[in-house]
Design a protein around this ligand. Structure first.
Ligand code: ADE
Ligand code: ZN
Ligand code: ZN
Length: 263
């Protein structure tokens, strides 16, 4: 996801934290540092010399065959340099490792806040055309690529245009209402069914498989190359974007609640 997507995930999560988890987060991030404000730190870091190693941690390149066959296999798809599944597992372990420095544990939490967002973006669980980065499309007449429309353009359109704090807060509030009493109320428990931080790799693999399935159902189904995506393609994508961002926020809260309880 882009900046707005990650900030929305983090904002939603911050509203489902236990009191214990709020204290835990403040202790690691620092007093007054909000989760949305650091939610794209991992994207800045990956482009620095020191942070280059972390670039593969944002995705898993599932070598499947969408749209006819979708699957994620950890041995097949998680490269030697790591992937989003192994990164979630490793940083889940590190964040509560008392032998590590506070700075190291803080970075682990910043990474988790970001990667638990990225893993719900279907194209972050897909190798095809570099996760859609190599599929040229247009958005409102401007050339872009399929991956970027899912990360950014369609999220901003759905949230109401642009990437301001007001847009972010309204989008998060709308998705929280759906979680609390709306369309997601009856299914949110299934989103956090896997919540054992001691078996993080198992949970993260399930999350990757869940998101990857959308590539066969919709994301890569329409032979998008050269298409203008702001019309009917966007209309079909909108509910997927909303459920995946809501899911990431709700899961992130459950994950941090469990980490705080285990610390
Ligand atoms: N780079 C290579 N594969 C990618 C993917 N699936 N998502 C984002 N960036 C990538
Ligand atoms: Zn992306
Ligand atoms: Zn990312």
């Amino acid at each position: 996801w882009g900046i707005l997507g990650h900030a929305t995930v983090a904002q939603i999560a911050s509203n489902y934290l236990t009191a214990q988890a709020k204290t835990y987060v403040a202790g690691l991030l620092g007093p007054g540092v909000t989760m949305p404000s650091i939610s794209s730190y991992a994207d800045d870091y990956r482009y620095t010399t020191a942070g280059k190693f972390s670039a593969p941690y944002h995705f898993i390149d599932a070598e499947d065959n969408p749209p006819s066959a979708c699957s994620v296999d950890l041995n097949r798809d998680c490269g030697a340099g790591g992937c989003v599944v192994s990164a979630i597992a490793n940083y889940t372990q590190r964040v509560n490792d008392g032998r590590r420095t506070l700075a190291n544990r803080k970075q682990a939490l910043e990474f988790l806040i970001h990667f638990i967002g990225d893993i719900t973006q279907p194209l972050h669980d897909e190798a095809e055309a570099l996760g859609g980065n190599q599929i040229a499309v247009t958005w409102q007449g401007n050339p872009t690529n399929l991956h970027a429309t899912w990360d950014t353009q369609m999220v901003e359109q759905d949230a109401g245009g642009g990437n301001t704090t007001a847009v972010l807060m309204a989008f998060a509030a709308k998705l929280e209402a759906a979680i609390d009493t709306g369309a997601y109320a009856s299914q949110k428990a299934s989103w956090v069914q896997c919540s054992n931080v001691a078996t993080a790799s198992t949970c993260a693999l399930q999350w990757a498989q869940d998101a990857n399935a959308y590539n066969c159902q919709y994301v890569l189904k329409a032979n998008e190359t050269g298409q203008e995506l702001s019309g009917s393609y966007y209309t079909g994508a909108k509910p997927i974007i909303e459920i995946q961002i809501a899911k990431a926020g709700y899961r992130l809260a459950a994950w941090i609640n469990a980490l705080a309880a285990a610390a």
